[in-house]
Design a binder for this molecule. Sequence first.
Ligand code: G6P
Length: 614
Amino acid sequence: MCGIVGYIGSREAAPLLLNALKRLEYRGYDSAGMAVIKESLHVLKKKGSVSNLEELMKESGADMMGATLGIAHTRWATHGDPSDRNAHPHMNVANDIALIHNGIVENYSILKQELIAQRYVFKSDTDSEVLVHLIDRIWKADPSLDLEGAVRMALRHVEGAYGLCIISSREPDKIVVARKGSPLVIGIGTGEFFIASDAAPIVEHTNKVVYLADGEMAIVTRDNYTVKTIENVEQEKRVTELDFSLEKIEKGGFKDFMLKEIFEQPEVMRDVMRGRVRLEDGRVQLGGIEDYLDRLKQAKRIVICACGTSWHAGLIGEYLIEEFARIPVEVDYASEFRYRNPIVGSDDVVIVISQSGETADTLAALRLAKEKGAMVLGICNVVGSTIARETLCGIYTHAGPEVGVASTKAFTAQVIVLFMLAMALSKGRTISHDEIRLNLRELVEVPEKVSQILEQNDVIREIAIKLKDASNALYLGRGYNFPVALEGALKLKEISYIHAEGYPAAEMKHGPIALIDEDMPVIFIATRDNTYTKILSNIEEVRSRKGKVIAIASEGDREVSRLADHVIYIPQASAPVLPLLTVIPLQLLAYHIATLRGCNVDRPRNLAKSVTVE
Ligand code: G6P
């Protein structure tokens, strides 16, 4: 999510680091900062784009000139709004240690309480700041340690994910880095080293890199680097030669951001659940709504308002919350809700879902719901966005910046959040502890199953070749897969400009069946759930009218393969988690059809990533 860079050598560090930060801008950011050592630490940080930091450096960066070692960071907020004070680096009180961090410290609130009790003063709302105070405390308690030792000891207390770079003016010729769950790469130059969260900012300086593995640290000095495990065992590392173009690296080796974001989903899904799904004790912990959970459970009704893909996630939320928490749910287009004088009041909870947190209609729905006295909960991806700020409480999706206009990873992250919310609302009320545990187990198995589906990318592309010249397409599903049919159709029309419609499969005979002929591909989501046999009958109906059938089916299903022209198999799973699996082949299918038609999938015509006007 965030971007990390570090430099140690003989060149002027500040301009080099600034340039490196610009190379990481594609990741999305909300603030940036830098620390260099020139005798003491010099730190500058600024909300907004890297150019804001650049301006600040022009005004007050004179002290930084001459430094040949430093670290810098672009932040994409997870804990604490985007602001100057929440930007990295974070410093200890004595201002002689600076740290930048990627990832999430899951146990930060316990650590923070301990540190506050020991009179540590926090200057930001981030989870990351606890790390620098923790290192400081350990180092003070045992001055015989060096920076590396203090970092190593500190990491023993940390749960969660990190990519870390730490410098100290007490050891001014060294950068200490550590990785767990958040990538870090060291670039090897001549008499200089570069550190970064991916190779994009390094490639213009050197093509020799060493990738750190999870659980590894590195100590980088001006003339050497040593890689060790966090347990202090030295590691032999292979030097890799990069042969990527810069552009390719920015997209993580993928052709487009959309494809990168589709493939990122297993990792994103784990991020969404990290620290929240407590399998051992069969519960979920959602910090942003904890104080309101009792009130939420007492809701007479839940109204979900959203637009576009987020509205589709809302429909799945309806199925989940009604099935498990037994609270009636209505799902409304935010644009309709705001203009139809809706009946909502203090007994209702309104959930607004928005990737960007800035969609004008969703924001207006939120304000109207508040005005009418409803309790409003937000599910947003962008931290500190307007919707996130204006809701009473909320759950961030933590999907990282989504660049492709057609939403993919933000959608699956929203569905996971809604799943966790449904479990939180059910706990102690409507379903047993064991049932919750069982559901959560199904959920944590999803990322691995998604990886298996992604392995079929080539098979899906072959099917796309057959469909690329279609003018229309019909997507059909039932139950939990009905909203997925809508989302599959939306993906196709957004990026390939093929007219597509999604329907609940049983509705086909009330209209769409009139359209079916040999030119109409029909994409069925025909997984094994309680409507499976009904779907088989619908497939027969399409076949007898010569429609082309593409089916998403459960692994091992022979019946569907007998009936369909093409089958994409997904691993077995329980019905409530199925949308997280069945949507993946539909994203890939739309992607391949669109690229085969020569469309720009990242920036489809007439569409905007964030619709801030009505
Ligand atoms: C636009 C985007 C969609 C998105 C919708 C809602 O139409 O192109 O991908 O689903 O807005 O956006 P939000 O940020 O509120 O989720």
